[in-house]
Each structure stands twice: as structure tokens, then as C-alpha cells.
Design a protein around this ligand. Structure first.
Ligand SMILES: Cc1cc2nc3c(=O)[nH]c(=O)nc-3n(C[C@H](O)[C@H](O)[C@H](O)COP(=O)(O)OP(=O)(O)OC[C@H]3O[C@@H](n4cnc5c(N)ncnc54)[C@H](O)[C@@H]3O)c2cc1C
Length: 357
């Protein structure tokens, strides 16, 4: 049987492992953490990634476990709508997304607590080990290091009790942004981002910093911050474009290949697209590169562009321009991102495992 070693058991690694298993490969997934789980935050899974999950036979489980907001969009600092988003979207806790992916990987494939430094022999080695990928470091020694965007982000999950119902939104102020979305089981996912030097942390604590920065912002932001009991902070990096995602029998997926800013909510979604595509064309790695690199790098560039719009100066001019945009233009500009379809027949998940071994 053909073999694959996957380094990293995050969204990308588990999704690849699920897809390769479904295609009849014998897979090992090495994860340096003692468990396969994720930080306490939500993640938005857009229609393109839901179709990737459908190809793995997992889309409906994710739809059932996540919240499916039917309204929402972007607001200005005073809470007025700038643009409404549309298209299928699921807001799910990251740990729950990983649980769904894990359910499609055989227990005997999982190697928790295993930090890969040397690379075991296999027909295929997959680098799914994130922003600071060891696989990329070993096989792409010339690759540029990840770059700091100049911005830091905070994430929170908190109980919704006592907070009046609201539509999910991202509120754009002058150089900072606050997002807040209802989740399932009476929880709220909130995040914020602002300019800050890399590696700095607030002397007064991150929640106190957020309450200070976002005092006076429109509802429900102040009550969300009052109800939160912790906020995790991460500096935001992106990876300069790689010339290829494939070297010999090695392929990169997810953040290891194209870590991007979170402004389009597409980093994890692109990881899911990568995973499904790789599972389908694993015997033809140059095809994987051809199918994935140009698209994911162009989405990463668009995400940085939106970041510059959100965090740049001149919020009143930006907001006025967005308000003048014809209804639907904003949505149409995202069609090429959201309407992705898996290659081939669009099905990784099969009952028979009849692919030649
Ligand atoms: C603030 C913020 C908000 C975001 N919001 C969204 C969103 O709403 N929607 C969306 O689609 N994306 C979002 N993203 C992006 C998304 O989180 C990432 O793109 C996604 O998590 C990447 O998954 P990954 O599996 O490639 O990498 P990772 O999640 O980084 O997983 C890599 C795994 O590899 C393991 N590992 C690393 N090195 C080794 C080694 N040597 N041996 C073994 N294991 C190793 C790590 O422990 C880790 O578990 C956001 C990102 C940020 C920072």
C-alpha cells in the first residue's frame, strides 16, 4: 500500500490525512502537541471550504455543529452597515472542527506528542506544520521567513447570556477592527486586531487593553468585552510567495505553504481546499502545485489588500467609498474566492477503496 507521512495535525494536516486515507493510502499524522486540538477560538468556514469538507464527506457534520449566520457584514465605527456579506458561512469552534476532521482519520494513524525533526521514509511527505514549518525549512531552505504584518489580534469565546441578540459583524474603525459573531450552544466568538510592534504584550492585561481600545464602540462590543474573562493574543504574520508547493515527493499545505492575514477569513478555508486537492492528485504532485499555488497566493494577496484597507489611515474616506459601492458589488468581488469547486468528480470520500496500491 502507498504510504504518506503528514507533519502537523492542525486543520490542514488532519484534512489531508482524512482525504489520503479515503483514497486508500496508509497515513501517519505526527503532531507535536500531546493532543489533536486547537486554541479556544472560533473560525469562519466559507462556502468554498464547506465544499472541500463535502468532498471528504464531512460538510454536513460541520454545518450541524456550527452556527449558520444568515445576516451580517461590515460596519463603520458608529455601527452603520457598510456592506452585507452573503454566501454560505459556518461559524464553528476550532476544537469542534478538529473533532470532525479527527473522526475521519483512523486512530492507528495518529501520532500525538511527536515532533518531527528528521523525515521518515514514505511515498509522500506532507508539510502541514504551519507558519514556522520544519518541512519547509528543510526542503525550501531558500524560502523567505514569515513577515510580521504590523498587526496583532485577540480572540475570545464567551457565553452569550445577558447580551442582547445581534447580527454578526466586523466593525472597522481607524486602524483597528472588532468582529463579533454568535456561535452555537449560547456562545459568542469575538476578535479584534490593531497595529502594534511584534512581540509586545499589554502591561495591564489583554482584556483591560481591549476594553480601553474599544470603549465607546457600537453594541454589542462593550458588553461582549465586559462579559469576556480572557483574550488570547497572536501577532499576525504572512508568508511571502513560494515558487512551488512541491519538491520531489514533498508537498506543503495550509499555512506551511501560504500563511495569510485573517482579513478574508480564508487561511483555514484554503488549507481545506489544499487538503482535498492533494488527496485527489497525490500521484501527480506537479498537478497539485498547478491547481493550488496561483489561487491560494492570489487570495493571500487580496487578504493583505483588505488588511491595508482596514488598518490604513483615512477611515472616513474608505467608509464613504464603501457606502457608495452598488449593492452586491462587494459580494460579487468575492465570487471567485467563494465559488471554488474540488477538482475531478469532487468526491474524495468513497465507499470502495479500490485505488491501485
Ligand atoms: C486571528 C486569526 C483569525 C483567523 N480566522 C480565520 C477564519 O475565520 N477562517 C479561516 O479560514 N482562517 C482563519 N485564520 C487562519 C487559520 O487559523 C489558519 O490558516 C489555519 O489554522 C492553518 O492551519 P494549518 O493546519 O495549516 O496550520 P496550524 O493550525 O498552524 O497547524 C500546524 C500544526 O503543526 C504542528 N507542528 C508544527 N511543527 C511540527 C513538527 N515539527 N512536528 C509535528 N507537529 C508540528 C503544530 O503543533 C500545529 O498543530 C485565522 C488566523 C488568525 C491568526
Amino acid at each position: 500500500m502507498r504510504t504518506a507521512v503528514v507533519v502537523g495535525g492542525g486543520i490542514a494536516g488532519l484534512a489531508v490525512a482524512a482525504g489520503l486515507t479515503q483514497r486508500g493510502r496508509q497515513v501517519e499524522v505526527h503532531e507535536r502537541a500531546p493532543e489533536f486540538t486547537e486554541v479556544g477560538a472560533g473560525i469562519s468556514i466559507w462556502g468554498n471550504a464547506l465544499r472541500a469538507l463535502d468532498a471528504l464527506g464531512l460538510g454536513d457534520q460541520v454545518r450541524a455543529r456550527g452556527a449558520r449566520p444568515d445576516r451580517g457584514g461590515f460596519r463603520d465605527r458608529r455601527g452603520r452597515w457598510l456592506a452585507r456579506s452573503s454566501g454560505e458561512l459556518v461559524l464553528i469552534h476550532r476544537a469542534e472542527l478538529l473533532e470532525v476532521l479527527l473522526s475521519a482519520v483512523p486512530a492507528e494513524s495518529l501520532r500525538p506528542g511527536s515532533t518531527v525533526r528528521d523525515f521518515p521514509a514514505a511515498d509522500l511527505l506532507v508539510g502541514a506544520d504551519g507558519l514556522h514549518s520544519t518541512v519547509r525549512g528543510a526542503f525550501w531552505p531558500e524560502a523567505a521567513a514569515p513577515r510580521y504584518t504590523g498587526h496583532t489580534a485577540w480572540r475570545m469565546v464567551l457565553p452569550a447570556a445577558g447580551i442582547p441578540a445581534f447580527d454578526g459583524s466586523e466593525t472597522w474603525g481607524d486602524r483597528q477592527v472588532f468582529g463579533v459573531f454568535p456561535m452555537t450552544d449560547g456562545r459568542i466568538y469575538a476578535y479584534a486586531a490593531a497595529a502594534a510592534p511584534a512581540g509586545t504584550r499589554s502591561q495591564s492585561g489583554e482584556l483591560a487593553e481591549l476594553r480601553r481600545r474599544f470603549a465607546g464602540w457600537p453594541a454589542p462590543i462593550p458588553s461582549v468585552l465586559a462579559a469576556a474573562d480572557r483574550a488570547d493574543r497572536h501577532d499576525l504574520y504572512y508568508l511571502p510567495d513560494l515558487p512551488t508547493y512541491v519538491r520531489g515527493r514533498v508537498a506543503l499545505v495550509g499555512d506551511a505553504a501560504h500563511a495569510m492575514t485573517p482579513n478574508l477569513g480564508q487561511g483555514g478555508c484554503q488549507a481545506l481546499e489544499d487538503a482535498v486537492t492533494l488527496a485527489m492528485v497525490a500521484d501527480d504532485l506537479p498537478r497539485y502545485d498547478a491547481l493550488r499555488r496561483r489561487r491560494s497566493q492570489s487570495i493571500a494577496r487580496r487578504s493583505r489588500m483588505v488588511g491595508r484597507l482596514v488598518h490604513g489611515p483615512g477611515a472616513p474616506v474608505r467608509d464613504a467609498a464603501l457606502r457608495l459601492m452598488p449593492d452586491g458589488l462587494f459580494r460579487r468581488s468575492l465570487v471567485s474566492v467563494l465559488e471554488w469547486q474540488p477538482p475531478g468528480d469532487g468526491v474524495v470520500h468513497r465507499q470502495d477503496r479500490s485505488e491501485p496500491c
